[in-house]
Design a protein around this ligand. Structure first.
Ligand code: NAD
Length: 454
């Protein structure tokens, strides 16, 4: 039986409460929930492969967003690779996409601490910096999902710009030896096909609210570097994929849809490309920059694996063994939806500055994708709780609460309009849709489906 149908897969975590207030027709994710020991212990412990001579002036490291995707890989890597040298404090507000399962393996390690807190709270940040005598900051915490930034852009400015400002200001007051700020290739904006890969000195030309908020945060970083001589390094990474990524992003989302035998909901014509880094590779790049990078510099972390969204669909269909070569076969598994309001065609960055420090990606995309799919097949349904609404085309997120777009459109307006009618109709409609999908599946592969539901 699929574990999403099994509340028994979860147990209450030592950190606190079981679930927030739920409004009508939504899912509330609870990032504090641990799933049961017997499942959790089967999960592989995923870290990078590099190990450097520890830095003499780094001891107590704060990692913001440590319960999220990339940072959890980096936290596990630092804690397990440098047990005698670095104390690592994961600082996270446990937003909808986070889960303490990401670092549960570290709970008994002496050099690991989890601190709940919000980077937009100067008091929270001051407390954690003082309490743990932090000398190094890795700043990952962000609103990271571009799709959501079109609908909830204030939250992106608040977390990504103001939150970064708070961290910088508190770091200045506290005094630190290194502040490593994680940014994205998206700050450069769209790179036309055939244009040269962009170096770190290229101008920033963001085109969506997410990338604009990341570029704005970089301006604040740059100002603190100049005005206060804060020891800053900025990192701009390509798209990252791998186990532990919240299934709102394309690779885990599409993997989970196929796992559920549902169609892939592809935005627009699927032609935009992105360059992809495996999570283990970015961890090694971050470790390299930490130990060998020069304060005051900006580093691109760049991959050569440029893949279109359609190609991702095809590669996943290959892994799941679904033919897609004819339009009819493809149509069984891929459904095109409306596109994002604006979608950059591609990003392309040059990684030679980091290559000079000795880093190169080692995981091929095809191999990394297989590893990723294997992990999601095993753990995707249990790691974060009920992800059904996350897998819909344009989910809406407020705090840790998630709706389908249609359900959210039906809610009373927060601008003071009257209450919405009961949305039972919506549920009937949704149930009908689910039934249709099942019917479709049944026609497609009756034997396989009855096996899956058994
Ligand atoms: N994922 C990618 O492909 C990618 C590529 C390039 C750069 N980046 C950057 O890397 C960083 C991490 O990305 P990710 O995909 O791992 O993100 P994620 O969405 O998986 O995790 C973000 C984490 O930040 C936490 N967080 C959010 N707001 C917070 C707040 N106010 N206070 C404390 N914690 C807060 C969340 O709870 C979550 O654990 C981000 O800065 C992102 O912009 C990501």
């Amino acid at each position: 039986m699929s574990a999403v149908h099994s509340p028994d897969a979860f147990e209450s975590c030592p950190n606190g409460s079981q679930g927030a207030q739920r409004r009508r027709g939504s899912t509330v994710l609870n990032p504090r929930l641990y799933f049961k020991e017997e499942l959790w212990q089967q999960a592989p412990v995923l870290i990078g492969s590099t190990a450097f001579e520890p830095l003499p002036d780094a001891k107590n490291i704060l990692v913001t967003g440590g319960a999220g995707f990339i940072a959890c890989w980096f936290v596990r890597h630092l804690v397990l690779t440098y047990p005698k040298h670095y104390n690592v404090v994961s600082f996270d507000k446990l937003d909808y996409c986070a889960t303490l399962n990401n670092t549960r393996i570290l709970d008994d390690k002496l050099n690991f601490t989890f601190e709940i807190g919000d980077i937009t709270s100067p008091a929270d940040v001051k407390r954690v910096l003082r309490k743990h005598r932090i000398d190094t900051i890795f700043h990952f915490a962000a609103q990271s999902h571009v799709d959501l930034s079109f609908g909830n852009s204030y939250q992106f400015t608040n977390t990504n710009v103001y939150g970064t400002h708070v961290l910088l200001e508190r770091a200045r007051e506290h005094g630190i030896n290194r502040f490593i700020h994680i940014s994205t290739d998206e700050v450069y904006g769209d790179v036309p096909v055939g244009a040269a890969d962009l170096s770190e000195t290229s101008i920033l030309a963001p085109t969506n609210p997410y990338s604009a908020s990341k570029a704005a945060a970089e301006m604040m970083v740059s100002a603190y570097r100049s005005s206060f001589k804060l020891p800053l390094i900025t990192i701009r990474a390509n798209n990252v994929y791998g186990p532990h990524q919240f299934p709102e992003k394309i690779i885990p989302k599409f993997t989970m849809l196929l796992q559920r035998r549902q169609k892939l909901l592809l935005h627009g014509d699927g032609s935009p490309t992105r360059r992809y880094l495996y999570a283990g590779d970015i961890v090694d790049a971050l470790d390299t920059i930490f130990h060998k990078g020069v304060i005051g510099q900006i580093y691109n972390i760049a991959s050569k694996d440029e893949i279109s969204n359609t190609d991702i669909c095809h590669k996943l269909l290959d892994i799941f063994g679904h033919p897609h070569q004819t339009p009819a076969d493809e149509g069984k598994w891929i459904q095109h939806t409306e596109d994002r309001p604006f979608n950059d065609r591609r990003y392309a960055t040059d990684g030679s500055k980091l290559a000079a420090l000795g880093w190169q990606p080692t995981m091929s995309f095809d191999e990394g994708l297989k590893k990723t799919v294997d992990w999601y097949r095993r753990f995707g349904e249990v790691w974060w709780g009920d992800i059904s609404r996350v897998l819909t085309p344009f989910p809406v997120v407020e705090g840790t609460e998630i709706w389908t777009k249609e359900e959210h459109d039906d809610l009373p307006s927060s601008d003071g309009e009257g209450p919405a009618e009961d949305n039972g109709e919506m549920w009937k409609w949704a149930a009908q849709e689910r039934a249709q999908v099942l019917e479709f599946d049944e026609k497609l592969a009756p034997d396989e489906n009855s096996e899956m539901r058994a």
